[in-house]
Design a protein around this ligand. Sequence first.
Ligand code: S3P
Length: 175
Amino acid sequence: MKLFLIGYMGCGKSSLGRKLAKRAGYEFVDMDNIIEEREGATIPDIFAYEGEEYFRTLESNLIEELGRKEGNVIISAGGGAPTWRDNMERMTAVGYTFYLRRTPEQIASRLSPHGRQKRPKLRGLNDEELVQFMRVNMAEREPFYARASHIIECSEMSDEAIIEYILSKLQSDEQ
Ligand code: S3P
């Protein structure tokens, strides 16, 4: 069983995914980390030296590869992955997709300076520019994210409540 966590940068896919995997006894995979390890370069460097198109190709190939993976696995997908070519279809064809939805304001307040710095699209933006950029960019991405098998309105929920919700959905879907 494969479960993809999708949503905007900084919505908590990796930290929630890690906790969720522990609770459910599943393997955890972070797509960004795998790409960085395999390339031997950070995401900002991959964007800077190889370009976004190159990164997106790596991402699509990785989704394809993960789709063939055996066993129970929780996958934290990069924020832009669902919006590229047929990635959303590929993910929904092989597993569940949970969209962690949050407001731009909430994400801005969650993102540390380091969290902004390590994301090429958010680098160098001040608080006001960040919210402004995310409003536009999130609205463009929303139609892709909204094709998820499950949408979670995370803004008012604790991490624990989000994890419980996903676990309960998995149990009811498996019956
Ligand atoms: C991106 C999101 C990042 C990473 C890259 C591009 C995006 O992943 O893949 O910086 O376009 O939304 P996270 O969502 O894990 O930050």
